[in-house]
Design a protein around this ligand. Structure first.
Ligand code: ADP
Length: 469
C-alpha cells in the first residue's frame, strides 16, 4: 500500500475525521447521559424528602413524631428498597434513621451527616468504604409552630454507574469496529472508483510515437474520469496529427530532394571530368560534387528514417541466420577497413536464427562497422561477434578506437547527434547512422546497448529474440 496514493490519503483522512467525530459524539453522549441520570436521581430523592416533610413532618404537632416515622417506614420501605432515610431535629436529635439495606450494599451507620447548609434543598455525593457512592439529598424543613427538621434521603449511584460502564464498554468496542468497517468499505469504494485511473496510466505508458493511433480506455462513468480520458484522447489525437504531419513533411522533402540531387551530382560529375574546362574550374566542380554527395547521403538517411518511422522494417520478415549475415557483411566491409589497416575479426560460427527484415538488419551491421572503422585509428582492431544467449540472439561490434565520452553515451542514438561536430564533419557524418540503427532495432523488438571507455574503444550490443521454430 502506497501511503502517497490518493486512495490511501483519502481513506486515512476520512477515517481520522470519522474516528474524531465518533469519539466526540460518544464523549458527549456519555457525559450527557451521566449528567441526566444523576440529576434525575437527585430530583427523585429531593421529591421524596419533600413528601416526608410536607405531608408527615408538617403535621407532627397533631400526629406526633412517632406517627411520622412509622408512616415514612411504611411508604418508602428503605431497607427493602436499598434506600437511606435519616430525619434529625434542628437541635441535632436523631428522630429516625433507616436500617441496613436488604442487599447489604452499605452500612447506614457509615453515612456521614450532611454538612450544615443555609439552602433549603441540597444534594451531595459521598464515597463509602465499600467503594460505592451514595447520592444524599438533604432538605431543611422549617414551619411555624413546629420544630425544624432535616430530612436526608439517599440512594446508591451504583446502578447508574453500572449502566454507564456498560455504555462505555459498548462504545469502546463498537466505535473502533464501526470505524474499521467503514474505513475498509471506503477504501474498497475508492479503489474501485480509481481503477480507471490505473487503466488509463497503463494504457498511456504503452503509447509511444510508434502507436500514437492507439487511444486510452474511456471509463463510461459519466464522472471526471470519463472527462479526463476523453480530454487525453483528444490531446493524443492532436499529437498524432502533428506527428504525422511532421513525418509526412520529412518523407516528402527527402523524397522530392532525391531527384534534383541526382541530377546535380550527375552534372557536377560531368563538369569535373570535362577536359575542355580549365583545371581550377574542374577542381571547384569537384569540391561542389563532394558537397552534393554529402547532401545526398543525408537526404538518403532522412528518407530511410521516414520509411522506418512508417513501419517499413516491420514488413518482409523472414527467418535467417544472423551469423551468416554478419560474416558476409564483414567480408564486404573488409575493403574499407583494410584501407586503414584495420582488421575485422568475426566470431560467428554457430547458426543463430532470427526473424526480421534481413536487408534492414544488414544495414544495422553496416552502420555499426562503418562507425567502428571511422572512429578507430589506423591499425586498430574490430571484433564482430554473434551468439545465442538465454533464448536471445546477441550481436556485438567492439573496437579499440577513440571511444565515446560518458556524458555523450545517452545521446548517441538521437537524430543529428554528433559527439564532436568537427570530428564528424571531417568524416562527412550527420549523426543519423545510429538513429537508423535504433529505429531498426525498435522495429524488431531488440534492445541496443553501448558501452565505452574513453580512449579505449566502444562496444555496441544488440539483443534480439531468437526465431520461433
Ligand atoms: P555519424 O554518422 O556522425 O557517425 P552516428 O549516429 O553513427 O553519427 O553516431 C553518433 C555519434 O556517436 C558520432 O558522432 C560519433 O562521435 C559517436 N560514435 C558512434 N560510433 C562510435 C564508435 N564506434 N566509436 C566512437 N564514437 C562513435
Amino acid at each position: 500500500m502506497n501511503p502517497r496514493s490518493i486512495s490511501f490519503r483519502l481513506v486515512a483522512w476520512y477515517a481520522a475525521w470519522l474516528a474524531g467525530i465518533f469519539l466526540l459524539l460518544s464523549a458527549l453522549l456519555y457525559l450527557d447521559l451521566r449528567n441526566y441520570l444523576e440529576k434525575d436521581l437527585r430530583a427523585s430523592q429531593l421529591r421524596r424528602a419533600r413528601q416526608i416533610a410536607n405531608t408527615l413532618l408538617a403535621k407532627v404537632p397533631q400526629t406526633g413524631e412517632s406517627y411520622a416515622v412509622s408512616q415514612t417506614k411504611a411508604w418508602y420501605e428503605p431497607e427493602a428498597n436499598n434506600r437511606f432515610i435519616r430525619i434529625t431535629r434542628a437541635d441535632g436529635a436523631l428522630v429516625y434513621v433507616s436500617g441496613a439495606p436488604k442487599d447489604g450494599s452499605f452500612d447506614p451507620a457509615e453515612v456521614p451527616f450532611f454538612p450544615p447548609t443555609a439552602k433549603t434543598e441540597s444534594a451531595k455525593k459521598f464515597k463509602l468504604s465499600g467503594g460505592s457512592t451514595l447520592l444524599l439529598a438533604a432538605l431543611n424543613f422549617k414551619s411555624s409552630g413546629n420544630p425544624d427538621y432535616r430530612v436526608e434521603f439517599g440512594a446508591l449511584l451504583d446502578p447508574v454507574e453500572t449502566m454507564l460502564n456498560h455504555l462505555f464498554l459498548q462504545l469502546a468496542i463498537g466505535l473502533p469496529l464501526a470505524v474499521i468497517i467503514i474505513t475498509i468499505g471506503g477504501y474498497l469504494l475508492v479503489r474501485r472508483a480509481l481503477t480507471p485511473v490505473e487503466q488509463i496510466a497503463r494504457a498511456a505508458e504503452r503509447i509511444t510515437q510508434h502507436n500514437l493511433s492507439e487511444r486510452l480506455p474511456v471509463a463510461q462513468t459519466g464522472d471526471e474520469l470519463e472527462r479526463l480520458s476523453l480530454s487525453l484522447n483528444r490531446m493524443i489525437a492532436r499529437l498524432d496529427d502533428a506527428f504525422q504531419n511532421s513525418k509526412r513533411f520529412v518523407a516528402d522533402a527527402s523524397h522530392d530532394l532525391r531527384t534534383p540531387l541526382t541530377i546535380l551530382r550527375g552534372e557536377l560529375e560531368s563538369f569535373a571530368a570535362d577536359a575542355r574546362l580549365d583545371a581550377e574550374l574542374r577542381d571547384r566542380a569537384g569540391s561542389l560534387l563532394e558537397e552534393a554527395v554529402h547532401l545526398g547521403k543525408i537526404v538518403e538517411q532522412l528518407f530511410t528514417l521516414s520509411r522506418l518511422d512508417d513501419g517499413e522494417a516491420r514488413t518482409e520478415w523472414t527467418n535467417f541466420d544472423l551469423s551468416d549475415l554478419a560474416g558476409s557483411t564483414a567480408d564486404q566491409m573488409n575493403l574499407l577497413a583494410e584501407d586503414k589497416g584495420i582488421a575485422i575479426a568475426v566470431e560467428a560460427k554457430l547458426p543463430v536464427l532470427v526473424t526480421g527484415n534481413r536487408g534492414r538488419l544488414k544495414q544495422v551491421i553496416v552502420n555499426l562497422l562503418d562507425n567502428a572503422i571511422k572512429y578507430t585509428p589506423a591499425h586498430g582492431a574490430i571484433q564482430l561477434r554473434v551468439f545465442a544467449s538465454n533464448a536471445h540472439a546477441v550481436l556485438e561490434v567492439a573496437d579499440n578506437g577513440i571511444g565515446i565520452p560518458a556524458e555523450s553515451l545517452p545521446h548517441i542514438f538521437e537524430r543529428f547527434y554528433r559527439v564532436d561536430a568537427a570530428r564528424s564533419a571531417e568524416s562527412e557524418s550527420a549523426g543519423l547512422g545510429l538513429a537508423i540503427v535504433k529505429a531498426i532495432c525498435t522495429a524488431h523488438g531488440a534492445k541496443i546497448e553501448a558501452e565505452s571507455a574513453g580512449g579505449k574503444g566502444t562496444r555496441f550490443r544488440i539483443i534480439l529474440p531468437l526465431a520461433q521454430n
